[in-house]
Design a protein around this ligand. Structure first.
Ligand code: JCH
Length: 241
């Protein structure tokens, strides 16, 4: 799979793409990431990529010319084009899984107050948001998309087991985890985890995942795959409060 990133700050990608298993996967050629400077498609001598908004208002907008020409230069037939935007479609694990099956994803990073909307129209591009907060540009969102998608590509994360385990408790938050020492600053690891009783460990983790989801993300419970006993337990907690 190949990502092509378009940005006026291509240097923002060098360190993040060098580190960790992602960096190794790129080095090994399992994954390709092309980073391109949008100003390479902006008119000389000023290489300006922005302009004032029609209708007035504060700030500047990314002009369509350089962005559309840049995407047309790097896009391969069938390549999917995503525009990073605060007002885009939410980027979810489901969208990450879908993108992991694509041969090419082009990520366009804006700056200023966003992009001329004709860019989206002309390119048939999709706007994507990584969360409900406002950043200063699309570079960090693009890195988030690259990392979330890449770890789903076979061979990128090394350990295929850790991916499989995620689907087991799909729709729930993770259970709490512990490592050595067995006691840290007076806090003991739950006895069940050091008991060696595997079935009890599985049951405890499951119960913790359900409890945490109830406490932190009750909105997820409606669609979560709970058995009858778990549904009853959640019902009891709700009456308790
Ligand atoms: C971006 C900005 C005020 C945009 C410019 C390009 C994505 N999830 C997420 N949060 N923020 C972004 C994002 C992505 C690309 C760009 N900005 C800054 C500032 C705006 O509306 C008034 C729009 C932010």
């Amino acid at each position: 799979m190949k990502f092509d990133v378009l940005s006026i700050f291509p240097e923002a990608f060098s360190s993040p793409l060098k580190i960790s298993l992602l960096g190794k996967a790129i080095e090994a050629g399992i994954l390709q990431v092309g980073v391109h400077d949008l100003r390479d498609w902006a008119p000389e001598p000023h290489r300006k990529v922005d302009d004032a908004p029609f209708g007035g208002g504060a700030g500047m907008v990314m002009a369509p010319g350089p962005v559309v020409e840049a995407v047309e230069a790097v896009r391969e037939p069938g390549g999917r084009v995503l525009l990073m935007a605060a007002s885009g479609r939410p980027f979810t694990q489901a969208l990450a899984a879908e993108l992991a099956t694509e041969p090419q994803v082009v990520l366009v990073c804006g700056r200023y107050e966003g992009m001329d909307d004709r860019i989206r129209h002309v390119l048939g591009a999709e706007e994507v948001s990584i969360g409900e907060y406002v950043l200063a540009g699309g570079e960090m969102p693009a890195l988030v998309v690259i990392e979330a998608v890449s770890r789903l590509i076979p061979g990128v994360m090394g350990n295929a087991e850790s991916l499989g385990e995620e689907s087991f408790a799909e729709g729930l938050l993770e259970y709490p985890q512990y490592t050595r020492p067995a006691e840290f600053r007076g806090l003991k690891v739950p006895d069940v985890l050091v008991s060696g009783h595997h079935a009890n460990v599985i049951a405890w983790r499951r119960q913790q995942a359900v409890r945490r989801t109830y406490e932190r993300r009750p909105d997820l419970l409606a669609a979560a795959p709970l058995n009858d006993a778990e549904r009853d337990a959640v019902g009891d907690w709700t009456v308790d409060q």
